[in-house]
Design a protein around this ligand. Structure first.
Ligand code: ACK
Length: 296
């Protein structure tokens, strides 16, 4: 019997290696009321997301991958294998999955306040986000990212960090979501090259957008763009095309020091006036995306 790589990967997901509950299709259907429009939360990159509830009344988000692309299956396997091993208060928790009947379904904790995207780019809603709240969100994202990069045993590069992939729970705590494009580094590996560039242009570092080279630094670049967006409320058009990024920024910041990032953010929070805090956060955002001054 020769198993296709696909079925080997699925068998792996179903084995205990991932230590995740496998839900049967009936349970999922029931939980989501037949995947109806009524409980659809939205449309993600790989298919619709529905709201559901488990037997113990825990609210869940059910991500159902569209069945028509094998690209979807790769991403599904990638997402499960990556996130199943992760546990952090600033990462959306994967509750379980289902691979029955050719389905590829991921079950996540439900995030009551949707994505950061809807808060920062809507002027009316944004005015309800005061500075302490914005800082809590910024620090939370930084903590989640640091966990991915260094605190979890794996070194994970998210590769698609952006406002719409930051979800907010009922207390407005931010959690990084969508690991479909993430890559795990093994051993002493610190960077990789790919010919298949995935992610979102506005947030991509030049070396990744142009040469397909990625590392923790490319995530930090995206984090910098995100910081500028949270502070300014504007989608960063400056970086919306890779050529622009190249012309305007040259090489992305090369001297990323993981410990430094949280320290700088903490310092910014200690500033005495709101105005100074905003200024410092903009500085940090720019530092994340700017040319490395020591690289000349
Ligand atoms: O901005 P949103 O309302 O938040 O619209 C998108 C949509 O599904 C497609 O990604 C929402 N979504 C994704 N995952 C979750 C989750 N775990 N809890 C609540 N909503 C979610 C996302």
């Amino acid at each position: 019997l020769k198993l296709s790589p696909e079925s080997v990967a699925l068998n792996k997901i179903e084995s205990e290696e991932w230590e995740l509950p496998l839900f049967d299709f009936k349970t999922i259907i029931k939980a989501t009321d037949n995947f109806s429009q009524n409980n659809k939360l939205g449309e993600g990159g790989f298919g619709p997301v529905y709201k559901g509830m488990l037997k113990d009344r825990q609210e869940i988000a059910v991500k159902r991958l569209s069945n028509n692309s094998c690209q979807g299956l790769d991403e599904f396997i990638n997402e499960v294998s990556c996130i199943a091993k992760l546990q952090h208060r600033n990462l959306v928790t994967l509750v379980g999955c289902c691979t029955e009947k050719g389905e590829k379904i991921l079950i996540y904790e439900y995030m009551a306040n949707k994505s950061l995207d809807s808060y920062i780019f809507d002027e009316k809603i944004r005015s309800s986000m005061d500075w302490p709240k914005r800082y809590t969100i910024i620090i939370g994202i930084a903590r989640g990212l640091l966990y991915l990069h260094q605190d979890s045993k794996l070194r994970i590069i998210h590769r698609d960090l952006k406002a719409s992939n930051i979800l907010l729970d009922h207390e407005m705590n931010p959690k990084i979501s969508d690991f479909g494009m993430a890559r795990c580094f093994e051993g002493s590996q610190t960077e990789a090259n790919t010919s298949r560039i995935v992610g979102t242009y506005g947030y991509m570092s030049p070396e990744y957008a142009i040469d397909g080279q990625f590392s923790v630094k490319s995530d930090v670049f995206s984090f910098g763009v995100l910081l500028i967006e949270i502070v300014s409320g504007k989608k960063n058009r400056l970086f919306s095309h890779p050529d622009h990024s190249l012309n305007l920024l040259g090489h992305a910041w090369k001297c990323y020091n993981e410990g430094m990032l949280l320290g700088l953010l903490d310092e910014a929070m200690l500033e005495s006036s709101n105005q100074m805090q905003v200024f410092r956060v903009i500085q940090i955002g720019l530092l994340c995306v700017q040319e490395d001054p020591t690289d000349r």
